[in-house]
Design a protein around this ligand. Sequence first.
Ligand SMILES: C[C@@H](C(=O)O)C(=O)SCCNC(=O)CCNC(=O)[C@H](O)C(C)(C)COP(=O)(O)OP(=O)(O)OC[C@H]1O[C@@H](n2cnc3c(N)ncnc32)[C@H](O)[C@@H]1OP(=O)(O)O
Ligand SMILES: [Co+2]
Length: 133
Amino acid sequence: MIKKIDHVGIAVKDLQKAIEFYEGLLGLKVTDTEVVEEQKVKVAFLPTGDSEVELLESTTPDGPIARFIEKNGEGIQHIAFRVDNLEEKLAELKARGVRLIDEKPRRGAGGARIAFLHPRSTFGTLVELCERD
Ligand SMILES: C[C@@H](C(=O)O)C(=O)SCCNC(=O)CCNC(=O)[C@H](O)C(C)(C)COP(=O)(O)OP(=O)(O)OC[C@H]1O[C@@H](n2cnc3c(N)ncnc32)[C@H](O)[C@@H]1OP(=O)(O)O
Ligand SMILES: [Co+2]
């Protein structure tokens, strides 16, 4: 079952400059920053009520965030929904013909288990499913 929007992922070129805007001007607060090597990103989380903003800067010129910015410029790159049983949800979606980017959960920021659905199967939005303890 989908519990809520866990976070919205925003691709930025310069994490520090983006944080200056989101903290200094919007008034949100960064609670965590982390490098997730497997995704080639450095992320900052800024809670907003029950969901969070995830700012993402690429750590390499060839990662998914670098590629996204190259093609589209900075902006919303994915939406993440919290689920309570990721493996079960992935199996169900696969059985129904949804194109999975990740067949098995991967390790995301903050120790979450995450998996992405291909935007060609989701009406144009990159969807992340995530499960947290
Ligand atoms: C740390 C972690 C966490 O929260 O814990 C994260 O969030 S890591 C967040 C960063 N990690 C990820 O994004 C990992 C999953 N992403 C990927 O595997 C990739 O970025 C793909 C989504 C498969 C796109 O790869 P790539 O750019 O090589 O594919 P492509 O250029 O062939 O694009 C295929 C089609 O998808 C579209 N497309 C590509 N990226 C998109 C995006 N972010 N949102 C919506 N559509 C997108 C393209 O326009 C194209 O559409 P047309 O076919 O219509 O032209
Ligand atoms: Co994310």
